[in-house]
Design a protein around this ligand. Sequence first.
Ligand SMILES: NC(=O)C1=CN([C@@H]2O[C@H](COP(=O)(O)OP(=O)(O)OC[C@H]3O[C@@H](n4cnc5c(N)ncnc54)[C@H](OP(=O)(O)O)[C@@H]3O)[C@@H](O)[C@H]2O)C=CC1
Ligand SMILES: CC(=O)[C@@H](O)[C@H](O)COP(=O)(O)O
Ligand SMILES: [Mn+2]
Length: 387
Amino acid sequence: MAVKTISILGSTGSVGTQTLDLILAEPDRYRVRALVAGRNATLLAEQAKLCRPEIAVIHDPAGLDKLAQALAGTGIAVAAGPDAVNQAAALPADWTMAAIIGMAGLHPTLTAIRRGGAIAFANKEVLVSAGDIMMDAVTDAGACLLPVDSEHNAIFQCWEPKNAGAIERIVLTASGGPFRQTSRDAMVAITPEAALKHPVWSMGTKITIDSATMMNKGLEVIEAARLFRLPSAAVEVLVHPQSVVHGIVCYADGSMLAQLGAPDMHIPIAHALGWPDRLVTNAKRLDLTTLAQLEFTAPDLDRFPALRVARAVLEAGGGAPAIMNAANEVAVAAFLARRIGFLDIVGTVEAVLDRLGVPPAPDLDAIIALDVAARNAADTLILSRAA
Ligand SMILES: NC(=O)C1=CN([C@@H]2O[C@H](COP(=O)(O)OP(=O)(O)OC[C@H]3O[C@@H](n4cnc5c(N)ncnc54)[C@H](OP(=O)(O)O)[C@@H]3O)[C@@H](O)[C@H]2O)C=CC1
Ligand SMILES: CC(=O)[C@@H](O)[C@H](O)COP(=O)(O)O
Ligand SMILES: [Mn+2]
């Protein structure tokens, strides 16, 4: 059995730590090249001691001393700053987990794609903002793109490449989040604490808030359109509170192929890590006999307008997805910092989209400029709301 070389971008996060769980469960199968984190030097150092990468890199230079001290004498190289992050992403690796949160992952992920090999893609924000560029880079580099987001991984598992022409549509399921049954009026008073209590999944804070507004599903519709090259109309969303059916591919003969599993991210990550083979894991098993009922309902776009906004953005094209994503990142951070209310998150996104329109986004520089413009516009709106 050949040893797989691995890099993890975003190793200290929810997806990153679960990726490392799988690697540490079978250490002889893998050699870790690079671990990359944002600010958490303590956890990064602990991880490095366990999996012995060639290099551990922290984006925030303020964490370098702590990291260097913790790893002194281990022979593990350390580095800090954005250039070091990109250099780590460029190191040859058979398999890279792209799990940095948000647009912060743009350059390292693109660097890893251009280097080639398999890219396990968790970072949906980058696919939303710069999806065509990412997908073209995958093709140009001959890289192998492995979707990790649970719904997209499910679609990937059910997608028959030789029958792609016979695929009518795909279905992404949504848990509905903690406010699935909350009235719009009651949403005004939602606190960060309440929004961070996801009913099913344990995830990082940003995606958990996105699930609460259902912007997560909006981002996922665009992510699916990019990954599977489908129009908006071919990507359906159904609310499925049990979160055991993750995605469905609907074929022209009436067949629907679905992927089921316990709501445990170790499962899609393991699929991507083992692909094209299957790993043995300790991930939770689903006991179908305990499932009294599986519900599937259409989402309520009046209570959760994020989904409508995301579809409009996908259909508008150009720089609109990059603007939506950037405004959402700023608004979620402002909500978590108690600077705006829950309904203001999507309100801010809509206002920024109205302000910036649908500018063209022909290349990466244009997308980055729009990302900055949308962040500035969102900041200004949030400041003016507070005044
Ligand atoms: N969590 C989940 O179950 C799922 C997540 N996803 C997607 O996966 C991605 C990661 O999500 P999640 O793991 O929840 O997020 P977390 O917030 O838990 O983790 C984010 C990771 O990114 C790192 N990071 C942040 N900024 C930088 C930077 N500038 N340079 C390098 N590293 C950085 C963080 O480091 P540090 O903590 O050290 O600052 C951390 O390791 C997101 O795009 C999300 O949408 C998709 C499906 C499911
Ligand atoms: C685990 C995963 O893939 C998340 O994106 C999940 O889908 C979030 O739950 P929601 O369905 O509530 O958005
Ligand atoms: Mn998902």
